[in-house]
Design a protein around this ligand. Structure first.
Ligand code: FRU
Length: 472
C-alpha cells in the first residue's frame, strides 16, 4: 500500500481507503483498498473499492458524506462520495500520462461502489501533474471546495452540487518548499487554536520525491481560507514540517468525524526507497491515527500531534511504570522487559536532564540507540539516527540518516511519547510539537528480542516518569 485515501466517518464506521496494488509488492496499477474500523485501532479489511478501468488507474483522493443528496446521486438519501484521480498512461515514456478528476459513489455504507457516468468531473487541464482531490464543505461560503495538487502549487475549485467545479484560485508558486518533485496529496481544514485564540486554516501539502531533497516529505501552511483564496500567515519562504524524520507522507485527515476531532494518518515510507525496503509478504504501512491540534508558540501557531485517545483503551499484556528514578553515567534502565519483535511497544517518558548530561534511548529493538538527548546551555537537543543496509543501491544510499533538533529552548525537561511496531518507530516530542516517524528495520529477527532501554552516557538524568505498555 501507499497513500491513505478517502478518509471518512459514516454511520459508526471510520473508512480508510488506500493506494493498493494487489498483484505485487512494488507500486503498480493503482486500486483503492478498503478497511473499516469503529475505534480507529482495530481494522477490518473489505473488498477492493476501486479498480483501474479504461480511464486509467485510480490515484489518491478523498471522501465525504453527501448527507442532503446535493449530488442527486442518492435518491434523496445520504451516501458516500469518493473523489479520485484517473491516471492514464499515454505512451512508453516516463512522462507519458494524463490525469483528471473523477467520482465514485456508494449507497450501501461503502460496501459497493459505482463510478459516476459523467466522469471526469474536471478534465485534463493541459499539464501533467494534476491530482489528489481533497474535498471539504466550507460552511462560511456555503460551497464545496476541492484542493488539488497541480504541478508545484495547489488549486482551489468550488462547487454547489459536487459535480460541477469552478476554478477559484491558486496557491503556493512562491511559498514553502519546492523540489524537483511535484506537490501531492493536499489536505485543508480549520481548527481552533489551543487556549482559545480563535481558529486557523491549515493547508497540508506533500512534497514529492526529488533527488535534490531527502525524498517525499510533508509541509503545512497556517493561515486563512476565505472560500476562494488561501492566505499564508507566515513568511512565504518559511517551511513548516509536519514530521522531522523521513517516513511520513501523503497524510490525510478524516472527514465528517462525529466529535469534530481532526484525526489524521500518514503512510510510513518515502518514495526514494519505498519499492526497495525489505518485504515481509507486504510492503507499506500507516501510522497510528493521530489527533491534530493547533498550538500557539513563540514562532506562531503550529501543529501539535497526539496518538488518538482510543489507544488508551486497548488492553495490555505488560505495563511497566518507573517514577522519579535517577540514573548516573554508565548505568542503564530497562523501560520494558525483553519481548518478541512482533509485539508493539508503547511508551511515555518524561526526563529531567542534569547539566551536561546525555542519554541514549533504544526503543526500536534494533540494538542501536535510536535517540540521543543532550543538555547544553541552549536547552535539550535531540539527535536521531537510523542506519541499515540491505545491498540494494537505492535503499543503502537513501535509508540511513541522522537529524539534530533543538527540542527545548533553555529548559532541561523533555517528554516523549513513542510507539515501536513492526519496524516503525513513531516519536512525539514535547506534547507532539515535534513528530518523528521512521522505519527502523531490524537486520534479523534475533535482533528484535531486546528490551527498550535508556543508557546514561554522561552526567545524571532523572526519569520523572516512564510508562511502557505491550498490548495484548
Ligand atoms: C503520493 C502519490 C500521489 C498519487 C499516488 C499514486 O504518494 O504519488 O500523488 O496519487 O501516490 O499512487
Amino acid at each position: 500500500m501507499n497513500d491513505p485515501n478517502g478518509l471518512v466517518y459514516f454511520d459508526g464506521e471510520y473508512h480508510l481507503f488506500y493506494q493498493y496494488y494487489p498483484d505485487g509488492l512494488e507500486w503498480g496499477p493503482m486500486h483503492w483498498g478498503h478497511a473499516v474500523s469503529t475505534n480507529l485501532i482495530d481494522w477490518q479489511h473489505l473488498e477492493i473499492a476501486l479498480f483501474p478501468d479504461d480511464n486509467g488507474m485510480c490515484f489518491s483522493g478523498s471522501a465525504i458524506v453527501d448527507y442532503n443528496d446535493t449530488s442527486g446521486l442518492f435518491n434523496g438519501e445520504s451516501g458516500l462520495l469518493l473523489f479520485y484521480t484517473a491516471h492514464r498512461v499515454t505512451g512508453d515514456g516516463h512522462d507519458d500520462y494524463e490525469q483528471d478528476q473523477c467520482i465514485a459513489f456508494s449507497s450501501d455504507k461503502g460496501r459497493s461502489w459505482q463510478k459516476y457516468a459523467g466522469n471526469p468531473v474536471i478534465p485534463v487541464p493541459g499539464f501533467r501533474d494534476f491530482r489528489d482531490p481533497k474535498v471539504i464543505w466550507h460552511a462560511a461560503s456555503q460551497h464545496w471546495i476541492m484542493a488539488l495538487a497541480c504541478g508545484q502549487l495547489i488549486r482551489f475549485y468550488r462547487s454547489e452540487n459536487l459535480l460541477d467545479w469552478t476554478l477559484c484560485s491558486e496557491f503556493g508558486a512562491a511559498e514553502g518548499a519546492h523540489t524537483k518533485g511535484p506537490w501531492e496529496c493536499p489536505d485543508l481544514f480549520e481548527l481552533p487554536v489551543d487556549g482559545g485564540q480563535g481558529s486557523r486554516w491549515v493547508l497540508i501539502v506533500g512534497v514529492g520525491a526529488g533527488e535534490d531533497s531527502w525524498g517525499s516529505f510533508t509541509q503545512y501552511f497556517i493561515g486563512d481560507f476565505d472560500g476562494i483564496h488561501f492566505h499564508n500567515e507566515n513568511e512565504p519562504d518559511r517551511v513548516l514540517l509536519m514530521d522531522q524524520s523521513r517516513d511520513f507522507y501523503a497524510v490525510q485527515s478524516w472527514s465528517d468525524t462525529p466529535d469534530n476531532r481532526r484525526v489524521a494518518i500518514a503512510w510510513v515510507n518515502n518514495w526514494l526507497y519505498a519499492n526497495k525496503i525489505p518485504e515481509n509478504g507486504w510492503r507499506g504501512m500507516m501510522t497510528v491515527p493521530r489527533e491534530i491540534r493547533l498550538v500557539s508558540t513563540e514562532d506562531g501557531v503550529r501543529i501539535g500531534q497526539r496518538f488518538v485517545a482510543e489507544l488508551d483503551e486497548c488492553s495490555y499484556r505488560q505495563h511497566k511504570t518507573i517514577v522519579a528514578e535517577t540514573r548516573r553515567q554508565g548505568t542503564h534502565i530497562d523501560l520494558a522487559t525483553a519481548q518478541s519483535i512482533n509485539k508493539p511497544l508503547r511508551g511515555l517518558l518524561t526526563l529531567k536532564m542534569e547539566k551536561d548530561s546525555r542519554v541514549a534511548l533504544y526503543l526500536s529493538q534494533t540494538q542501536q540507540p535510536d535517540l540521543i538527548f543532550q543538555l547544553d546551555e541552549m536547552g535539550v537537543a535531540m539527535h536521531y539516527q537510523r542506519s541499515g543496509q540491505n545491498g540494494c543501491e537505492a535503499f543503502d544510499r537513501y535509508f540511513p540518516f541522522s537529524v539534530h533538533l533543538p527540542v527545548t529552548d533553555g529548559s532541561d525537561s523533555v517528554s516523549l511519547e513513542w510507539i515501536s511496531d513492526n519496524g516503525c518507530l513513531e516519536l512525539l516530542v514535547n506534547d507532539g510539537l515535534y513528530s518523528l516517524t521512521a522505519l527502523q528495520l531490524c537486520h534479523s529477527a534475533a535482533e528484535g528480542h531486546h528490551a527498550a532501554k535508556m543508557v546514561v552516557e554522561n552526567g545524571e538524568v532523572l526519569i520523572e516518569k516512564s510508562e511502557t505498555r505491550i498490548p495484548d
